[in-house]
Ligand binder design. Sequence first.
Ligand code: CA
Length: 80
Amino acid sequence: MPVVSDVNDAVQEYAPTFRMVDLDGDGFISVEELKSLMKALGQEISHARAVEVMVEADGSRDGKMSLEEFAAFMTRNAGR
Ligand SMILES: [Ca+2]
């Protein structure tokens, strides 16, 4: 039986959420989109905090979050 990695599981699990969060549909989550997400979750954060979260989640250091980075971020925050 093939073993699906946790990372791929998370990417598939969070892909629909990612598409909802990616308001302009460019395939990445920006700081502004991250702020909108947190607000929608009822955890409104400041711009400075959003930038911190982005830096923390942005493994590729390009200033925005890819689906893979988003899935890893959500997985860590879900405490799994
Ligand atoms: Ca976007």
